[in-house]
Design a protein around this ligand. Structure first.
Ligand SMILES: Nc1nc2c(c(=O)[nH]1)N[C@H]1C(S)=C(S)[C@@H](COP(=O)(O)OP(=O)(O)OC[C@H]3O[C@@H](n4cnc5c(=O)[nH]c(N)nc54)[C@H](O)[C@@H]3O)O[C@H]1N2
Ligand SMILES: Nc1nc2c(c(=O)[nH]1)N[C@H]1C(S)=C(S)[C@@H](COP(=O)(O)OP(=O)(O)OC[C@H]3O[C@@H](n4cnc5c(=O)[nH]c(N)nc54)[C@H](O)[C@@H]3O)O[C@H]1N2
Ligand code: SF4
Ligand SMILES: [Mo]
Length: 671
């Protein structure tokens, strides 16, 4: 028996691809991109084209287990689901009774982007328990803050419109690596004469494919945006009509940007003065011009300001009003689903404290009243991905911390579990998906049966609720009940989108005009409805941890996404381990340290160190080193990855992490 089933890629990627799964006798034989989906367009990225290897990997976790070795050692013994559930319920009940329910901390991120398994039954469970709430800042919190300040709404140019652009700026955006389904639209635009530039401290694959690459000092993007504004204003390249009708605060902005002449911006950003002027002129005259801003710029200390300043640019040139103009950081807020009905914050006995996930190390080692006594991890691998890794591991090693991990694979974090539960993949459970890189909502039904005794997050938290004696009706909801609850909203963007329609069509475009030009006639989500320049709070200061800040260590480390993986998700693959075991250096920095390509080097700062292999290449400018994230620490010779170096200092707004504001030194290891 062979059949073709629909699914959706659940990985944390803007593209949220529509998938076709060929199944023969219950076993998947092929995975491909749905040719009908207007953004997927029939292809998948390399890592997911091979997802069936993961699905059927002998390393999949298949049974509930309990720890028998020391924490971190990774030795476990099989137990039954009953034993697992009873043990977890008993411990959580005891801890809640002894220390208060806030001593329980959930820790999750976007291992799956599915709403039911990502923020559904789990949220209901922890709300009802009264557990600490997790502030899910690890990825985009600073960008969210900056974009909201600039636009009010967090959505932008639709990917399909990029084909109409004349100038495309990939600003901290590794499109070929992390957003590959935008690329065909850029190819189309370039075929029609568009120019494509990249602005990034790292010249990655996308930079290599650009017409021009601008090496920018890490964390200096707000200065560049202010410098571009300076030129636009000084040379009369603003769209006066758009500015008058749809913005506020232009006069104050004019004064503010006068403080950022190209000469000064050149010294802040490392981009030559004339290059800044030319870039600004092109941006002001090539119409339409569009900016693909991605989250790279906001993983620095002034990340929110950077995003805000960049996101103001299209309002100055009026490019929002043209198809193929504007800016895209995310589309996620265009899906105004009924989250309250899904997550049920009203179940909380009282509003519980909020714990910032970017400060997990501190939360596990220093938080009090009450200290964290139980940690429940799902959809995430904090032992590898969280900053200030040594502090995180110190916390995870605490003998008195009860840790539950729901996982598909035995990750770094799984090694610290007291109870380790095997979960389904997105091919094996029902879920509903929004996207952050396009405007289609999608439904996935299980295409495959779960192997072994794997269960979905929804099933696990539903069963745990029962064990805990939570008798609220919502804990008996089916997946379909939860989807209907989410779709139950009067918002016009969701008009006509029902479970039945999603079932039939698999992907459904939001009820938006075609083309969707979100701010063509203003309509910003700000108090005034205008794009508010807010010049009084718009400025640039270099990160403390940067070449213009403290100089305790001489090199700026960027640990950006690896093209062939998804954060730490594919870290068990040997080729991914090899890719994430490298650190790129400029030849000048290598020479002064006596380092050659292939040398084993120790990268270090006050927070820790990690061992990597040096690669001398042209992807970085002097002063910057780059190590792709996120390696499985346990596969490294010293049990550490680049997050042993990154800081848990938070961004200027939003409480985000500052992975890319990180000073280090590199030395050659003695053989
Ligand atoms: N292949 C692959 N795809 C992924 C992921 C993955 O791990 N691998 N991860 C997914 C996730 S979780 C996310 S959030 C998205 C993120 O997608 P992106 O935001 O595109 O990814 P990053 O690698 O974090 O950052 C993009 C670029 O920003 C650059 N950058 C770093 N600091 C600065 C700076 O100060 N200024 C400027 N201008 N650029 C800077 C980096 O060098 C990098 O090339 O990708 C998703 N897609
Ligand atoms: N140095 C450095 N560190 C970084 C970054 C960086 O660029 N540099 N990027 C940061 C960013 S942007 C992000 S978003 C985070 C991402 O960090 P995480 O959120 O930890 O993401 P992943 O590493 O992909 O791990 C997700 C885990 O979820 C599991 N999983 C998948 N589906 C399910 C499911 O249905 N149920 C359960 N229970 N588990 C499931 C997968 O097996 C995988 O191990 O990393 C951050 N860390
Ligand atoms: S990771 Fe992104 S590009 Fe790759 S299949 Fe999934 S959604 Fe598509
Ligand atoms: Mo992310």
């Amino acid at each position: 028996m062979s059949s073709l089933r629909h699914s959706v890629c659940a990985l944390d990627c803007p593209d949220t691809c529509s998938l076709l799964v060929s199944v023969e006798d219950g076993r998947a034989t092929r995975l491909r991109g749905n040719p009908e989906h207007p953004v997927t367009r029939g292809f998948l990225c390399g890592k997911v084209a091979r997802y069936l290897e993961r699905e059927y990997s002998p390393e999949r976790l298949l049974y509930p287990q309990k720890r028998v070795g020391a924490k971190g050692e990774g030795r476990f013994e099989r137990i039954s689901w009953d034993e697992a559930h009873d043990g977890i319920a008993r411990e959580l009940t005891r801890i809640a009774a002894e220390s208060g329910p806030e001593a329980v901390l959930p820790y999750s991120y976007a291992g799956t982007m599915g709403l039911l398994n990502g923020e559904g039954m789990d949220r209901r469970f922890f709300h009802r328990l009264g557990a600490s709430r997790l502030d899910r800042t690890i990825c985009c919190a600073a960008g969210t803050a900056g974009l909201s300040q600039a636009l009010g709404f967090r959505y932008g140019t639709e990917p399909e419109q990029f084909r109409h652009s004349r100038l495309i700026l990939a600003w901290g955006a590794n499109i070929l690596g992390t957003n590959s389904h935008l690329w065909p639209f850029i190819v189309e635009a370039r075929r029609n004469g568009a120019r494509f530039y990249t602005i990034d401290p790292v010249k990655n694959r996308t930079g290599a494919a650009a017409d021009k690459h601008f090496f920018i000092h890490p964390g200096s993007d707000a200065a560049l945006a202010l410098g571009i504004m300076h030129v636009l204003v000084a040379e009369g390249l603003c769209d006066a009509d758009y500015v008058v009708r749809h913005t506020s605060g232009f006069e104050a902005l004019r004064e503010r940007v006068a403080e950022y002449p190209p000469e000064r911006v050149a010294s802040l950003t490392g981009i030559a003065q004339q290059e800044i002027v030319t870039l600004a002129r092109e941006y002001g005259t090539q119409k339409p011009a569009v900016i693909r801003l991605n989250y790279g710029v906001q993983r620095s200390e002034r990340g929110a300001m950077a995003v805000r300043a960049i996101a103001l640019l299209p309002a100055l040139t009026g490019s929002w009003s043209q198809p193929g103009g504007g800016l895209l950081l995310t589309t996620s807020a265009a899906f105004p689903l009924n989250r309250r009905a899904l997550e049920r914050p009203d179940l909380q006995p009282r509003e519980a404290r909020l714990v910032n996930m970017s400060e997990l190390g501190k939360a596990l080692t220093a938080l009090d009243h009450p200290p964290v006594q139980a940690l429940v991890v799902y959809n995430s691998n904090p032992a590898a991905i969280a900053p200030n890794q040594n502090l995180v591991l110190e916390g995870l090693r605490r003998p008195d911390l009860f840790t539950v991990v729901l996982e598909q694979f035995q990750t770094d974090t799984a090694n610290y579990a007291d109870v380790l539960l095997p979960v389904t993949t997105f091919l094996e459970h029902t879920d509903l998906y929004l996207a952050y890189g396009h405007y289609y909502m999608q439904l996935a039904r299980p295409a495959l049966d779960p192997p072994g005794e794997c269960r979905s997050n929804v099933e696990i938290f539903r069963a745990l609720a029962q064990r805990m004696g939570f008798d609220d009706a919502c804990f008996r909801d089916s997946e379909d009940d939860m989807i209907r609850a989410l779709l139950d909203t009067p918002h016009e963007f969701l008009r006509g989108i029902t479970l039945e329609r999603l079932e039939r069509e698999h992907f459904v475009r939001l009820a938006l005009p075609m083309p969707f030009l979100p701010f063509a006639r203003g309509g910003f989500g700000t108090p005034s409805g205008r794009c508010e320049f807010g010049a009084e709070t718009l400025d640039y200061t270099p990160p403390v941890e940067s070449r213009l800040g403290s100089r305790r260590y001489p090199l700026e480390l960027i640990s950006p996404k690896n093209d062939d993986s998804m954060n730490s998700t594919f870290g068990y693959r040997p080729e991914v381990d090899a890719q994430t075991a490298l650190v790129s250096l400029h030849e000048v920095d290598a020479a002064s340290r006596g380092i050659s390509s292939g040398d084993r080097v120790r990268v270090y700062n006050d927070r820790g160190s990690c061992l990597l292999a040096a690669r001398i290449d042209t992807s970085v400018a002097p002063g910057v080193v780059c190590a792709r994230a996120v390696r499985w620490s346990k596969l490294a010779p010293d049990g550490r990855n680049a997050n042993a170096l990154t800081s848990d200092r938070l961004t200027d707004a939003g409480g985000g992490p500052t992975f890319y504001s990180c000073l280090v030194e590199v030395e050659k290891c003695a053989d």
